[in-house]
Design a protein around this ligand. Structure first.
Ligand code: C2E
Ligand code: MG
Ligand code: MG
Length: 238
């Protein structure tokens, strides 16, 4: 197992402010296996608890090392799986890992999918409040694909919405996707939430976002998720 890192860039300046840690499994016989394949299995088998801890520890260690090296990144984003969010005492886990690694809480952002949050909304709210008190950043991942209660969206102490890449895929060719992305960006701005557009693959998509109130963008146009050493080279080259 290893972590790859993909930059999150300021839409206007193109500067990388953060990175998202994405898990990879290099299998001896089957080659590289994507997280979409094995995370659900890890959830079913219960391995997600130890796997989730390992990811968090590795990501925090790496972020602290980059911070100390003066790389200029402000945060590292780590994904939490739905099961992990419900089963594990996530607040205790995060507190422990921050303490153990020494990473400042403000440099960690946790990404939780809309579906995970909304399925157990009451419990989620408590967990999110606990994380918020610690000073950790919170983002809703794959926003727009699940079922969202707008009331909870206002109540949850969320910092950012990540607009799902399936919406970006239709931009700028499909009017409906343009309207949806614009509407989500306007809503986020009105609610005082930051935004990330995922899956930015073309210059046209980037221009579209530059003309709107989008905060960060992430996608193959800028960089694929990279091993740690390659990410450092990528940052240096920019
Ligand atoms: P996600 O958190 O929404 O991550 C974004 C996914 O989009 C990543 O896929 C990334 O490689 C991909 N992506 C980035 N830019 C582009 C682009 O321009 N075009 C396209 N088509 N795709 C792009 P990946 O790495 O395969 O991860 C898939 C999902 O697996 C993630 O979705 C996340 O939900 C989950 N995942 C990844 N790492 C972890 C982890 O450490 N823990 C948990 N619980 N889940 C993880
Ligand atoms: Mg994510
Ligand atoms: Mg996503």
């Amino acid at each position: 197992l290893s972590l790859h890192y993909q930059p999150l860039l300021n839409v206007r300046t193109g500067r990388a402010h953060g990175v998202e840690a994405l898990l990879r499994w290099q299998h001896p016989d089957h080659g590289a296996i994507g997280p979409d394949k094995f995370i659900p299995l890890a959830e079913q088998s219960g391995l997600i608890v130890s796997l989730g801890r390992w990811v968090l520890e590795r990501a925090c260690e790496q972020a602290l090392q980059w911070h100390q090296a003066g790389l200029g990144l402000e945060f590292i984003a780590v994904n939490l799986s739905p099961r992990q969010f419900v089963q594990q005492d996530v607040v205790a886990l995060v507190a422990e890992v921050l303490e153990q690694t020494g990473l400042p809480a403000a440099m960690l952002e946790l990404e939780i999918t809309e579906t995970a949050l909304m399925t157990h909304a009451a419990q989620s709210e408590q967990t999110l409040q606990g994380l918020k008190r610690m000073g950790v950043g919170l983002a809703i991942d794959d926003f727009g694909t699940g079922y969202s209660s707008l009331a909870y969206l206002r109540r949850f102490p969320i910092n950012r919405l990540k607009i799902d890449k399936s919406f970006l895929a239709g931009v700028p060719a499909r009017t409906e996707d343009n309207q949806l992305v614009t509407t989500i960006l306007d809503m986020a701005a009105n609610l005082g939430l930051g935004t990330v557009a995922e899956g930015v693959e073309t210059e046209a998509q980037w221009r579209f976002l530059q003309n709107r109130s989008c905060q960060f963008c992430q996608g193959y146009l800028f960089s694929r998720p990279l091993p740690a050493a390659d990410l450092v080279s990528w940052l240096a080259a920019r």
